[in-house]
Structures are given as C-alpha cells and as structure tokens.
Write a protein that binds this ligand. Structure first.
Ligand SMILES: Cc1cc2nc3c(=O)[nH]c(=O)nc-3n(C[C@H](O)[C@H](O)[C@H](O)COP(=O)(O)O)c2cc1C
Length: 176
C-alpha cells in the first residue's frame, strides 16, 4: 500500500514525532511504502479562496503542495499526525488540509485514513474538536477511517513512556 503521512509539529523529537515513528515502524514492517511530509518544515501557503483552481485545476501557489499532491493522488492511505493546539490540529497541518481544495474530486474515495494526536490535557475532551473535524473530513472525502490514537496527558515525548499510545500507533501502522 502507498501511504502518505502528513505531520504537523515543529518538534523533530516531540510527542507527535514519536507517535509518527511508531506508526511508520509498523507500516514498514507490514511492507507498506510511506512518503512523509513534515508540514512544519515545508513551504505551504494558506488557501486564499481565490477559486482559480476551479477554472484551471491548478492552485495559484506553486509551492511544496505540488510535490505532496502528486503523492496524495496516488496514495492508498493518508495519515495525519499533529499536536493539539487550542483544541484543534496545528495550523501547519490545517494549512495543508485546506489546500486539498485545489485537487477537488480527484482526492475523493478509495483511500484509508487515520489520525494520531498528542496533547498535554489529561481529559480526552481536548481532542474532540480535532476528532470531529477529522471524521467529517473523512466522510466528505469518502475515505475509510482506519483508526485514531489520541495520546492524552502527554506534554512531551518522555510522557509517552509507560503508556499504551506508542503500541497503539505501531499497531495502526502494522494493521492498516
Ligand atoms: C500553541 C500551543 C497550544 C496548545 N494547546 C493545547 C490544547 O489546547 N490542549 C492540550 O491538551 N495541549 C495543548 N498544547 C500542548 C501540546 O499539544 C503538547 O505539548 C504536545 O505534546 C506537543 O506535541 P509535539 O511535541 O509533537 O509538538 C499546546 C501547545 C502549544 C505550543
């Protein structure tokens, strides 16, 4: 299976990165091919709703989304990994998702998707906003939900130690 993983944290050794790493380990052990796009280190302009893509099929911003879009179009699964920032996914990740708009119907259907989240709050309610928008996006794009991992009470990567979250992320990758 061809997998695209899009991460949304600037912490290269942070909580999100640790969950992403476990997912990748499982996915690669299962023989999947993974292309990883670390949004925090890429050049992706926010969508300005100019609607030019509706006429031309191409976004007015010719940035790193060009490379990602080619991968997205051929992907069998798209995995998102993000810290929770103010009860939502990070702006870096959301900026990438908004740019899906330019691909229109070409992105709809036939893909699996999953979401990995890290947050400091011990209450799972902190993840509800991100989980709800993810579920609705998957429904809209007609992607099949493969699973979610919401690592609560994890303000940093060290806090993952002794929790079940790394295994959950690994299993999600392995059993995708
Ligand atoms: C700007 C900002 C906003 C945050 N907002 C929340 C929040 O609403 N709820 C929460 O539980 N944690 C919040 N956090 C904590 C992070 O989600 C948490 O530290 C996470 O482990 C960071 O992951 P990372 O190391 O992959 O970036 C916030 C952190 C930052 C920097």
């Amino acid at each position: 299976m061809k997998i695209v993983m899009i991460t949304g944290s600037a912490h290269r050794s942070g909580t999100t990165a640790a969950l992403a790493r476990q997912f990748l380990r499982g996915a690669e052990e299962a023989g999947h091919q993974v292309y990883r796009f670390d949004a925090a280190y890429r050049n992706v302009h926010p969508c300005i709703a100019c609607e030019k893509c509706r006429d031309s099929g191409v976004c007015v911003f010719q940035d790193d989304m060009r490379e990602l879009t080619l991968r997205l179009l051929e992907a069998d699964a798209v995995i998102f990994a993000s810290p929770i920032y103010y009860y939502a996914v990070s702006a870096q990740l959301k900026t990438v998702i908004d740019r899906f708009y330019a691909s229109g119907a070409a992105l709809h259907g036939r893909k699996k998707t999953a979401l990995l989240l890290a947050m400091a709050d011990a209450d799972t309610a902190a993840a509800e906003g991100a989980l709800t928008s993810f579920r609705e996006m998957a429904k809209y794009l007609e992607w099949t939900m493969a699973g979610t991992v919401a690592a609560v009470d994890c303000a940093n990567a060290a806090a993952l130690e002794g929790t079940d979250y790394p295994r959950q992320a690994y299993d999600l990758g392995k059993n995708l």
